[in-house]
Design a protein around this ligand. Sequence first.
Ligand SMILES: C[S@@+](CC[C@H](N)C(=O)[O-])C[C@H]1O[C@@H](n2cnc3c(N)ncnc32)[C@H](O)[C@@H]1O
Length: 238
Amino acid sequence: MNRDVSSCNTYNYGDAAYWDARYVQETGPFDWYQRYSALRPFVRKYIPSSSRVLMVGCGNAVMSEEMVYDGYEDIMNIDISSVAIDMMRRKYEYTPQLKYMQMDVRDMSFFPDESFDGVIDKGTLDSLMCGTSAPISSSQMLGEVSRLLRPGGVYMLITYGDPSVRIPHLNRTLYNWEIALYIISRPGFQKPTGCSSSSKSFLEPVPLTEKGLLPASFVLEDPDSHYVYVCKKMDGIN
Ligand SMILES: C[S@@+](CC[C@H](N)C(=O)[O-])C[C@H]1O[C@@H](n2cnc3c(N)ncnc32)[C@H](O)[C@@H]1O
């Protein structure tokens, strides 16, 4: 089974029916890209455990459960797939910190403005960007995310998309987001023997050029790295 949203042309990742069919077949939970243990330093740094968190496109991932073990108390999980949501609701019936609702990220009008301190997206914007009306869908989704964040709140996007394809969508005056970028290798990535280790820690943000690109001198240790965009909603009165 393909686990790579970057194979856009082959799979209908933007289509709810595709996900329903997939979740009917899947036998166990699955976390795309990265597990919580790898993302924990970023999540803990930017989203305090007292936050009201929205997990967009939660699928059947265990990330939210692992966040609860780590002290998070209020995580609303949404997904367009009713199959995934029904399954997860049953699974976490006795976990009051986790709530599940079937919802399209392009229309989250159920929630009032500024309802959340943190929004986490692991692979969901990526899926929309594979759909038929990708540019409209992604701006509808990001507009909704921006509306739902409290000033000072954070949208954390975990994606395979490098800055050349993600920054143009994220860096819009309308959202007023201050963006920090981190890059992490795929789980299990081994550096080829003989390669010298970079002196930079993956916990340090990567500087971007004025155009929102990686500096020309920047070398990716893992060519299929994952990108963590931390988008902080600034106060309107700057
Ligand atoms: C690549 S999977 C990621 C699942 C999970 N976040 C993870 O990390 O394992 C993308 C998820 O986005 C959901 N999705 C796709 N389009 C959506 C939409 N318009 N609204 C809400 N969820 C959507 C899919 O059902 C799927 O569960």
